[in-house]
Design a binder for this molecule. Sequence first.
Ligand code: HEC
Ligand code: HEC
Length: 380
Amino acid sequence: MKQIPKIRVFGWMIGLVLGLSACVKPSENEIQVISGDGTDLLEIPAYFSPFYKIPNDNPLTDAGIELGRMLFYEKRLSGNNTMSCGTCHQQKFAFTDGGNQFSKGIDGTEGDLNTMSLVNLMWQNRFFWNGRSETLEIQALEPIQNPIEMHETLENAVQKLQETNLYPPKFKEAFGSEIITAENIGKAIAQFERTLISSNSKYDKYWRGEYQLTDLEALGDDLFFTHPEARIGLRGGNCGDCHLGPLTSGSSRGFDGFHNNGLDSDEKLRNGLQEVTGNYFDKGKFKAPSLRNIALTAPYMHDGRFQTLEEVLDHYNEHIQNSETLDPLIREASNEILSSEDTVKLHLTEMEKKAILAFLAMLTDEDFITDERFSDPFAE
Ligand code: HEC
Ligand code: HEC
């Protein structure tokens, strides 16, 4: 195995000095370790995008991450003290809820959206299926207050934590004061979430030269990232147009990562991103989520309509629904020359679909779902 040299980067210091988010370009085969107070906090593969976000006013620290982990699993943050973030975002299911189509809150009320997985969040620019939240700090406070989720006021949540012996000293360590604030709850949870890095799947090992793809996986890798061009016989599955690069997630810049991937025709199309931008041409667009650990996070799509990855592939291959805002990258993607009257179809063979499934299976990271650092600190 190759020896990988480590460089140590004081992300927070660079942030302070430049007055910018800490963005550091890695060079090939180096792993970055962002270090808060002299200890190694994060290891980032060099082949991940250098564009990640750590806000200047919330640098990572050991104490902050530790507190954030506790709060992530803290049931006192819910109205009846029965639910934490970790109830819906369970580590063993790559931080999803293990198979529910729609998430359910403390009052048993069902929402109408599927729980999103939490992974490599530092590289993402907007949160939620419709992108309404711009930072993890703000995002974290929403489920606490959401009536169909944890259904608690921030005031009560703060007070409940303040009354414990456990939390005031932990907040002091992390943020310099025993007086707990909602803002600091959000900051601590965000710090913990930034540590949820998945980078040891088979696909990562392949990137690091530690694993050789089987023929089927190699075909899947090719198809996943190739936009088909029937006229020159170039075959492709077109996935990489929206699920980008080794993170296989939507783009992290602006609203780039939001698309209408043909789930519904005009009559049934939900608003999606339009709710946030107010722009009619954003109707039906949703965040293209990271596909890391996708084998563990069924069911699929914002409304959990597909039970299996086979169904997802069938959707992309033969059931794309036309609508005004259907993504142009899907509209004109096919492995056969289509006439203008033909419905949009990818025309992959059964073998090619299998290959893409083999590729998706490579994105499962056993270390991520068993890493002690991400587990419930209150579990016996
Ligand atoms: C009742 C289940 C439930 C609970 C509890 C819950 N979530 Fe979620 N989470 C969801 C659902 C459903 C979505 C998608 C919601 C949407 O798009 O509006 C989501 C989305 C997210 C996202 C966005 C991910 C992305 O890629 O955009 C983050 C981050 C997140 N949750 C963190 C948290 C944190 C932190 C807590 C605790 C403070 C929490 N969640 C509590 C169900 C839950
Ligand atoms: C035009 C952009 C686009 C293309 C091309 C595309 N996707 Fe997607 N993908 C999305 C969006 C957007 C979503 C979320 C849609 C929603 O839930 O409304 C998504 C969702 C998914 C999901 C479900 C994720 C989850 O957490 O529920 C899977 C799996 C998936 N895509 C796989 C693929 C594969 C495999 C391909 C290639 C055959 C592909 N995608 C091509 C944009 C795209």
